[in-house]
Design a protein around this ligand. Structure first.
Ligand code: ADP
Length: 194
């Protein structure tokens, strides 16, 4: 199963996607983590990505695609993976669809974690990651509205979008995630039987 998680910073995408990957026994791929790792190692991609990340902008599509697709090629992703933070723009989503289609695969689903602006700001102000200072966070939220929000229509039009309410405890949210994934599984096996 290839599942993508979409949600603004602070929606709980990181936590929920890690839990889902463990639950399904597939790798968890976070582009934020991969990029932060590349920055620490000062690899070529890392050096190019640092400035955008520090200011809350998105890293360019081609750099992110390079890092994600080379990871997706690894054998442990063959039976699926959970993508956390990718795609984040419509061109990235098109690139992912294209990459999967070339391998005869389809996206199993896109999960949107939906959280009110008030709750996001509250959660982000108590998180304390290095790129979580107020100005950067506001810029990341703006970037989300401008560049990532259009993905919801992209996946909605393809009928793979599932909206999950992101308020409540981590356990409450995770049981909603499990419910949606169980439904996705049963409808994909029905499709296979047809
Ligand atoms: P959050 O969802 O809380 O913003 P992430 O760890 O997913 O945090 O991402 C941190 C930063 O990494 C983003 O602000 C952006 O600069 C960069 N990044 C991560 N994924 C992508 C992506 N798919 N496309 C472009 N930039 C990305």
């Amino acid at each position: 199963m290839q599942i993508v998680f979409i949600g603004p910073p602070g929606a709980g995408k990181g936590t929920q996607s890690v839990r889902l990957a463990e639950y399904l026994g597939v790798p968890h791929l976070s582009t934020g983590e991969m990029l932060r790792g590349a920055c620490r190692q000062k690899s070529e991609i890392g050096i190019k990505a640092t400035e955008a990340m520090e200011s809350g902008q998105l890293v360019s599509d081609d750099l992110v695609e390079e890092i994600v697709f080379s990871r997706l090629e690894k054998p442990d992703c063959e039976s699926g993976c959970i993508l956390d933070g990718f795609p984040r723009t419509v061109p990235q989503a098109e690139a992912l669809d294209h990459w999967l289609a070339k391998r005869g695969q389809l996206l199993s689903g896109a999960l949107e974690l939906r959280v009110s602006k008030e709750l996001l700001v509250e959660r982000l102000s108590s998180r304390g990651r290095e790129d979580d200072d107020q100005g950067t966070v506001l810029e990341r939220l703006r970037q989300y509205d401008k560049l990532t929000h259009p993905l919801l229509d992209y996946y909605g039009n393809r009928q793979v979008l599932q909206v999950i309410e992101g308020s409540g405890t981590q356990d409450e949210v995770f049981s909603r995630v499990q419910g949606v994934v169980a439904e996705m599984n049963s409808s994909s096996s029905e499709q296979a039987e047809k």
